[in-house]
Design a protein around this ligand. Sequence first.
Ligand code: AMP
Length: 183
Amino acid sequence: MDDMGAEEQDGRSSGAGPDGTVRRAFLSLGANLGDRAASLRAAREALAALPATRVLAASPVYETAPQGLEDQAWFLNQVVCVETGLEPLELLRRCQAIEQRAGRVREARFGPRTLDVDILMVEGVESDDPRLTLPHPRLWRRAFVVVPLADLWTLARGLTTVDVRALAAELRREQAVEPYRDG
Ligand code: AMP
């Protein structure tokens, strides 16, 4: 059994990955079908259980107007900061498995989904690989991502030169993002 398998077996969920590098990463969670708050909670728990990964912080949950395909239910969105020893592509694979386990249903791009997990930024990593583009290509246009990211801005310092709080205030004037009380 390899090291990662061993970590999974005994349930440990922190420490360096196979190459010894631990990086901070920001993930965006979104849900607009079924029990949306339960989907986000399950996603946070699944992230915390990943090998070599620790959840450092989770933003408040926001209720947000759909962008792109507007004739659908409002989303719940949240940003989570993790520290992980997983390689970025392995982290993506794990996030996609979490989406699948949440019973993700999605018929149209930008359409309704049980759970969407996107990787926003990974410390020290830039990539234009279409499988994993970093920072996420639509990150800075989306209030539903930038507003919760701004709540975690102290952790984001050093990962971006963007003034996240100023951008959040600007985007919020155009796109509806409301605090979700029962989150
Ligand atoms: P979506 O279904 O909108 O979540 O998009 C998922 C697709 O985008 C997958 O094929 C991923 O490989 C790709 N992708 C590219 N960059 C990223 C990223 N930063 N985070 C998540 N998925 C990404």
